[in-house]
Design a protein around this ligand. Structure first.
Ligand code: HXC
Length: 258
């Protein structure tokens, strides 16, 4: 499928999806969000893909939902359209691991998109924020919910109420991002991490993602039970036999996703 607002490349089992509306700092308009969801679903269903990286440009991962497109909408319209609900659901339904490689601005919907990925690797140029408050609205795709789970109430309130930006170092200290690297090394670092994930059994990386995600949805005891059931089920796989045999034989495991 030909895309106009994103660029997709698949190499060495990693799909890289680059947001590509440079004139609008990758503002997330309907077309871009539709293409992004389709590309993610394609990658999820493609046997050659074992990990996905979503990235933007040096200046902006994404500067938010497209304000021009939203500005004329009214309540009844956005209610019936259920603005951004489908995007949230489609991205949340992706089962393969997704890394966000963030350089420059990740604001509003851009920050929310990064948080919907499984983890964030940031360039030292990255700036995160939920500035919707300056536009007379609030976050609409997880900025009050996911951000609070990532960084806690105090910082989330600060970001959502003042609209201030958080730089990469603060984002790392707060637990929003897993690593910060010099801007020039961002893609090398993200692709290196993706490659490491791609080497594992896809059965186990998908199971691990599912289990970590449960921790956001349930109590500790239910989450631990879910984890234990999935852990036990792994012993029915050939990859568990291979992984443990390879360790004992001091060789590299050859996983076959079985
Ligand atoms: C539409 C945008 C945009 C956006 C930037 N542009 N952000 N267009 N929607 N969110 C456009 C500008 O209009 C401009 O177009 C071009 O990109 C370059 O932007 P500048 O402002 O000239 O760049 P700069 O001075 O470097 O400032 C960068 C910036 C600023 C700080 C990131 O652009 C900014 O504050 N953007 C808006 C950030 C924001 O409020 N995001 C939240 C959106 S609401 P022209 O044509 O003039 O050159 C949201 C709701 C989420 O995300 C709901 C769920 C998805």
């Amino acid at each position: 499928m030909a895309f106009e607002t994103i660029i997709v490349e698949i190499e060495d089992h990693v799909a890289v999806i680059k947001l590509n509306r440079p004139d609008a700092l990758n503002a997330l308009n309907t077309q871009l969000l539709g293409e992004l969801c389709s590309a993610l679903e394609d990658a999820d269903g493609n046997d050659k893909v074992r990990c996905i990286v979503v990235t933007g440009s040096d200046k902006a991962f994404a500067a938010g939902a497209d304000i021009k497109e939203m500005s004329e909408k009214g309540f009844v319209g956005v209610f019936f359209e259920n603005l951004f609900a489908r995007t949230n659901d489609r991205i949340s339904a992706i089962r393969k691991p997704i890394i966000a490689a963030v350089g420059g601005y990740a604001l509003g919907g851009g920050c929310e998109l990064a948080m919907m990925c499984d983890f964030i690797i940031a360039a030292d140029s990255a700036k995160f924020g939920q500035p919707e408050i300056n536009l007379g609205v609030i976050a609409g795709m997880g900025g009050t919910q996911r951000l609070t789970r990532y960084v806690g109430k105090s910082k989330s309130m600060d970001m959502n109420l003042t609209g201030r930006f958080m730089d990469a170092d603060e984002a790392e200290r707060a637990g929003l991002v897993s690593r910060v690297v010099p801007a020039k090394k961002l893609m090398d670092e993200a692709l290196g991490a993706a490659q490491k994930i791609a080497e594992k059994s896809l059965l186990t990386t998908m199971a691990a993602k599912e289990a970590v995600d449960r921790s956001f949805e349930t109590t500790l005891s239910e989450g631990i039970l879910f984890e234990r059931r999935v852990f036990h089920s792994m012993f029915a796989t050939e990859d568990q036999k291979e992984g443990m045999a390879a360790f004992l034989e001091k060789r590299q495991a050859q996983f076959r996703d079985k």
